[in-house]
Design a protein around this ligand. Structure first.
Ligand code: FES
Length: 78
């Protein structure tokens, strides 16, 4: 996977191969936006999601989406 650019309140754009991914929700991962197990011992748990074919995804990075873990455009609404 290429280097990931994360900009506050903008979706994280990634090209992903088929597979199961785990979106970090604790903010402590060294492999953002993915879980690296750093949440262990906390109340947080990663969000698992499946990619069935290679595609570009837009992961929510503002916490307002109704379509977790994907961006639904809520970051652009006032
Ligand atoms: S490291 Fe953050 S949820 Fe697992």
């Amino acid at each position: 996977m290429n280097e990931v650019t994360i900009t506050p309140n903008k979706p994280i754009v990634l090209e992903l191969d088929p597979g199961t991914y785990y979106r970090c929700t604790c903010g402590k991962s060294a492999k953002m936006p993915f879980c690296d197990g750093a949440h262990t011992g906390s109340d947080h748990a990663p969000i698992a999601f499946e990619v069935k074919e290679r595609k570009q995804v837009y992961l929510c990075n503002c916490g307002k989406t109704a379509n977790v873990p994907y961006c639904d455009g809520s970051c652009h609404k006032a």
